[in-house]
Design a protein around this ligand. Structure first.
Ligand code: PLP
Ligand code: COI
Length: 354
């Protein structure tokens, strides 16, 4: 893939002070078109700008779109690194298949991410806990109101220097187990990273926020009995010494942080179970003192300790609303690998500069 690079002539000022999440964007973006019969073409890095679309563009009407999320980190040694971008490339194609969006060669996805981050590498923040959040996305652009897969698409990557996803930072969050709305069912789009899943989550999220909780924990869409995942994270429990997480069943996102946490925990000798977990099991484990820790995992959220879980009239306080030992160790190890402070024995990082 040949990428044409046009640099901005008016670079923006870099943000100062505490970085939030996803509010500031860098000087450049990657853009590539898809046209049926021609394939992906015109890969380019251009100054960050607004895009113009016809009001009839299909993405606005039927939601044919996908997105990804990954980060670039400025290492203690000054090197810029990506974390497992090949996994985002694979997940992109799994999402694309479900959404009838054309496949994107994995090596092109990774190269596009690397190249645009390389151009804007001065935007990778250096303060502790910060990174450059990378948001690749694809939208359907045919000007047509019929319900059918589009024949043209735009693949865009934007970059956002970011701090902690939750305003509380690494402090434990409160999570609302939703017993009314559901997010996804098997056979639906739950495993795909597409806007519709997030649109479906908003009503419950608003309800949870109004009650003082950070995010929603979804139950399965059929029986509303089994734990699925959180709004922007997968979920893990430490129950009686074992690490337990819902298995991938088609309705939850196969998180890259989830996969990394499973591998790290196994390498430490923990027994890791990927299986169905009912909400009753959690309540019982809590009552018998066996629910030792709970944490969410995600690119934006990293490792996020959960101190409080609400289900109907039950409020479970986990580990005294303190960061658990395993949560802290995982946070230190995974961010350590990402920031080049801990040896990357898994081969998960990739240098931005060739
Ligand atoms: N589940 C949902 C619904 C998400 O939005 C995310 C965030 O990307 C995750 C899980 C975690 O996935 P990953 O670890 O790949 O970021
Ligand atoms: C990520 O962690 O990359 C995500 O995509 C979460 C996002 C929905 C904010």
């Amino acid at each position: 893939m040949d990428i044409k690079i046009t640099k901005t002539t008016s670079p923006k000022a870099k943000p100062e002070g505490k970085l939030g999440f996803g509010k500031v964007f860098t000087d450049h973006m990657f853009v590539m078109n898809y046209t049926e019969g021609k394939g992906w073409h015109d890969a380019r890095i251009v100054p960050y700008e607004k895009i113009t679309l016809d009001p009839s563009a299909m993405v606005f009407h039927y939601g044919q779109e996908m997105f990804e999320g990954l980060k670039a980190y400025r290492g203690a040694d000054g090197k810029a690194r990506l974390f497992r971008p090949d996994m985002n490339a694979k997940r992109t194609n799994a999402t694309n298949k479900r959404l009838c969006i054309p496949q994107l060669p994995e090596e092109d996805f990774v190269e596009a991410v690397r190249a645009v981050v390389e151009v804007d590498q001065d935007w990778i923040p250096t303060e502790d806990g910060t990174s450059l959040y990378i948001r690749p996305f694809i939208i359907a652009t045919d000007e047509f109101l019929g319900v059918a897969p589009s024949k043209t698409y735009l693949f865009i990557i934007i970059l956002s220097p970011s701090g902690a996803y939750y305003e509380s930072g690494l402090a434990p969050v409160g999570i609302w187990i939703e017993d009314d709305y559901v997010r996804a069912v098997r056979g639906g789009m739950g495993f795909a990273k597409t806007g519709g899943n997030y649109a479906a989550s908003l009503a419950a999220q608003v309800k949870a926020h109004d009650d003082g909780y950070s995010q929603v924990l979804w139950l399965d869409g059929v029986e509303r009995k089994y734990i699925e995942e959180v709004g922007a994270m997968n979920i893990f429990f430490k129950i009686d010494g074992k690490i337990v997480t819902p298995m991938l069943n088609g309705s939850i996102l196969p998180g890259i942080t989830r996969n990394s946490v499973i591998e790290v925990c196994k390498s430490w000798g923990y027994e890791v179970e990927e299986r169905k977990i009912s909400v009753e099991e959690l309540i019982d484990a809590q009552k018998s003192g066996k629910l030792e820790e709970c944490f969410g995992t995600g690119t934006a959220a990293v490792i996020s300790p959960v101190g409080k879980l609400r289900y109907k009239d039950d409020v479970m306080i986990i580990n005294g609303n303190e960061i658990g030992e395993v949560s802290q160790k995982l946070y230190d190890t995974i961010t350590g690998i990402q920031w080049g402070k801990v040896e990357d024995t898994f081969g998960w990082t990739m240098d931005v500069n060739k």
